[in-house]
Design a protein around this ligand. Structure first.
Ligand SMILES: O=P(O)(O)OC[C@H]1O[C@H](OP(=O)(O)OP(=O)(O)O)[C@H](O)[C@@H]1O
Ligand SMILES: O=c1cc[nH]c(=O)[nH]1
Ligand SMILES: [Mg+2]
Length: 212
């Protein structure tokens, strides 16, 4: 496998600006949450760019015409608990009919290995395009385990959407799940000795929920 990372970086100026606000250590829970939701919304706009459309006949106040609507692609959003919940509303605001699944996964602080503790998915998971959301892609262990679990449960079409990634994490997803497109707002420099992304933004879950 080549060393080149296969990743889509959505670095729109609005996203970069909001992410910089989130990174700052003095940004409080309320602003952190709001900014994450706004970025998730903007990223959803970008990752749905190739969603299929179909023509329908409508009547405006002026005349009849043919116009485009979404072709009814079935979508599911799967936040990786807890921190993924911070991106959920942003996606659902843009795709209101999306069903929501939940995967509970935390990273053991000593081993840095993912521990699964919850999974509840829509019944027709195999028919949906699933957008898996988690703000942080560090070692890649949690997201890779979540994607494996979703495939075991029948998922056939998966996209991973994260806020900040370390190169190490992207590489793991590329190797373990070459079929899964990865979208991020930023690729940071590296992981530190505790597995935190540098410069990153700290522990996303703690900052979203105020559990620091
Ligand atoms: O790529 P990895 O090395 O697996 O690290 C990333 C994971 O760590 C964080 O979750 P955390 O374990 O802090 O759980 P939380 O969301 O409940 O805070 C984050 O939200 C990812 O799920
Ligand atoms: O930097 C990191 C790494 C893992 N999880 C986080 O929330 N932040
Ligand atoms: Mg956490």
């Amino acid at each position: 496998m080549s060393d080149k990372l296969n990743v889509n970086v959505i670095d729109h100026p609005l996203i970069q600006h909001k992410l910089t606000m989130m990174r700052q250590k003095d940004t409080g829970t309320k602003d952190f949450r709001e900014l994450l939701e706004e970025i998730a919304m903007l990223m959803t706009y970008e990752i749905t760019r190739d969603f299929p459309l179909k023509d329908i006949e409508i009547e405006t106040p002026v005349s009849k015409c043919t116009a485009k609507v979404l072709a009814g692609k079935k979508v599911g959003v799967v936040p990786i608990l807890r921190a993924g919940l911070g991106m959920l509303n942003g996606v659902v605001n843009m795709i209101p009919a999306a069903r929501v699944g939940h995967v509970g996964m935390y990273r053991d602080p000593k081993t840095l290995k993912p521990v699964e503790y919850y999974c509840k998915l829509p019944g027709d998971v195999e028919e949906r395009t699933l957008i898996v959301v988690d703000p942080m892609l560090a070692t890649g262990g949690s997201a890779s385990a979540a994607l494996t679990l979703l495939k075991e449960k029948g998922a056939t079409s998966l996209t991973l959407m994260c806020l900040v990634a370390a190169p190490e994490g992207i590489k793991v997803i590329n190797e373990d799940h070459p079929d899964v497109p990865v979208y991020v707002a930023a690729v940071d420099e590296k992981l530190n000795e505790k597995g935190y992304i540098v410069p990153g933004l700290g522990d996303a879950g703690d900052r979203i929920f105020g559990t620091l």
